[in-house]
Design a protein around this ligand. Structure first.
Ligand code: SF4
Ligand code: SF4
Ligand code: SF4
Length: 249
């Protein structure tokens, strides 16, 4: 019988919500386990049977100099490395701190324990090592994760949406948040989530990263000049998830 592909999960700075999504796959996970060997998955079992790994999923942003040798070692031991979730794929919410004075975020986040946690500007995994594929979202979508794993195991490049959330939002029949006097980043954000936040009554925060060819100048014009939001309000929304990208400069 052919050897099963060896899969590993690793985490850096993040809440581990993406790994939790995978642990909660239930029947789909059992089905997947028939086709793969899990070498490391701290949220589910202890230990690591060691590399080389066929696919490593890396969750979380890189936020400390000492993260770099660790993620490089994972890269060296992995045929494919996949960024799992917004923190790993686009830098995500950890990058909010990149736009604050260091003293503010350190005091705010760590209080009098700040000296215990030396960090540098948060960044996505791709800023340090080559990434072969990304699973977007905060947290990731379980169904999309399973599809991407299957595509990778079949040797294919996983399909990811290359159009903005607005497309899925229109299909879902939602009223545009701008028509309700609210802001929404669906105009520049990569789709694939079925516009779930808007359908649930909220707006898009941009957790799946910028859509390819997103027109940021037009988006700023729509948000500020047309909808009347201030530059600060627009920047705050853009910096929630997109703090590593040029969108927030
Ligand atoms: S992307 Fe979201 S769910 Fe995943 S680790 Fe970061 S904060 Fe948690
Ligand atoms: S609510 Fe957001 S995602 Fe939906 S159409 Fe309007 S801008 Fe696009
Ligand atoms: S609507 Fe926006 S914030 Fe919500 S899941 Fe989709 S991309 Fe993320």
């Amino acid at each position: 019988m052919a050897k099963k592909p060896k899969i590993a999960f690793f985490d850096f700075a993040g809440c581990e919500g993406d790994q939790l999504q995978i642990a909660n796959l239930e029947e789909a996970l059992l089905d997947l386990l028939g086709h793969i060997d899990i070498a490391a998955f701290r949220e589910v079992h202890t230990g690591d049977t060691g590399g080389p790994y066929d696919i490593s999923f890396v969750e979380g942003s890189i936020t400390r100099p000492e993260d770099e040798p660790r993620v490089k070692e994972i890269r060296d031991k992995s045929k494919l490395l996949v960024a799992l979730g917004a923190c790993a794929s686009i830098g995500g919410i950890n990058c909010m701190k990149n736009h604050m004075p260091e003293s503010v975020y350190r005091e705010h986040v760590y209080g009098d324990k700040a000296r215990w946690y030396p960090t540098y500007a948060a960044r996505p995994v791709s800023a340090v090592v080559k990434v072969d594929a990304e699973v977007h979202g905060c947290p990731i979508d379980r169904g999309e994760f399973v599809r991407i794993v299957k595509e990778l195991l079949l040797g294919r490049t996983p399909w990811i949406a290359d159009y903005p959330v607005c497309v899925e939002c229109k299909i879902a029949g939602n009223i545009c948040r701008y028509d309700m006097g609210r802001m929404c980043l669906g105009i520049v954000t990569r789709a694939g989530c079925n516009a779930c936040c808007i359908t649930e009554g909220a707006h898009c925060w941009g957790c799946r990263g910028l859509a390819p060819h997103a027109n940021l100048d037009a988006a700023r014009y729509a948000m500020q000049d047309r909808a009347g939001f201030t530059r600060e309000e627009v920047q705050d929304l853009l910096r929630m998830y997109l703090g590593f990208s040029q969108a927030t400069l």
